[in-house]
Ligand binder design. Sequence first.
Ligand SMILES: Cc1cc2nc3c(=O)[nH]c(=O)nc-3n(C[C@H](O)[C@H](O)[C@H](O)COP(=O)(O)OP(=O)(O)OC[C@H]3O[C@@H](n4cnc5c(N)ncnc54)[C@H](O)[C@@H]3O)c2cc1C
Length: 244
Amino acid sequence: MTAETGHEDATSCDVLVVGGGPAGCSAGVFTARAGLETHIVEHRRSLLRKSAHLENYLGFPDGVRPQTFLEIARDHARTAGCTYETATVESVERTDGDAGRFRAATTDGVIDAAFVLVASWSDCSFLEAVGVETGIEEGGHVPIVEIDDDGRTSVEGIYAAGRLTDQHHQAIVNAGHGAHVALALVRDVRPSYYNDWVVPEGYYEAYDRAVPDGVEAIDHEERERRLERSRRTMRTYFAERPEE
Ligand SMILES: Cc1cc2nc3c(=O)[nH]c(=O)nc-3n(C[C@H](O)[C@H](O)[C@H](O)COP(=O)(O)OP(=O)(O)OC[C@H]3O[C@@H](n4cnc5c(N)ncnc54)[C@H](O)[C@@H]3O)c2cc1C
């Protein structure tokens, strides 16, 4: 799903994710795994860098260094198939009327996208030109993006997730919200999509069913290969590093 960008050097993708914090990376994992070409742009200023130690993210019983968590999150998005770029998004506009694609201008160039998923706490000023409805966070003063229950904004094709949509102030909540909104986008594009699951080979056959859209079935050898790869990968993040 790509289109003419109308700009020679533009990066073209299905989904542009603005923000590489918990919400943006999580969203990218789900859109990319669903086969949508996903490009993440962030300027590396996740709020999570301010945490001293992340202790309430399920899966890390003794907590995790926030910078390590963000590194894992970015690598996870890349492994899932996202491309990734460090830059600031300065504006988003429609390319050709209400049914058109979007063109985002960044500090480094131009990105053409069919959909935009914004997870950019606390900046949404770059959405002004395209007319996304915004508000103010409850009990605060920071701008937020108004969304429906599935993260759709007032502009068709633009979704928003994470703290920027006034979710609770915890990384796991924002990551979960990124996943929720990404899956809503996937189902808007691909209504037959069932679940992002990896199941043992034969699971659906036992129920006399075909493997549904979105599900991957893997055999024993492949399970073993993936287990070994995941062990190797996780060891690298938690090995002692002189710079820490
Ligand atoms: C002091 C402090 C301590 C905290 N401690 C914890 C804790 O212990 N546990 C916990 O669960 N939560 C903690 N939090 C909350 C946690 O940081 C947030 O809930 C979480 O980071 C929000 O995720 P997000 O992806 O929505 O936004 P962020 O993590 O802030 O990510 C936003 C992303 O958008 C990018 N961005 C913004 N504008 C642009 C733009 N124009 N162009 C390109 N990129 C852009 C940023 O670079 C960043 O990548 C803490 C927060 C603070 C302030």
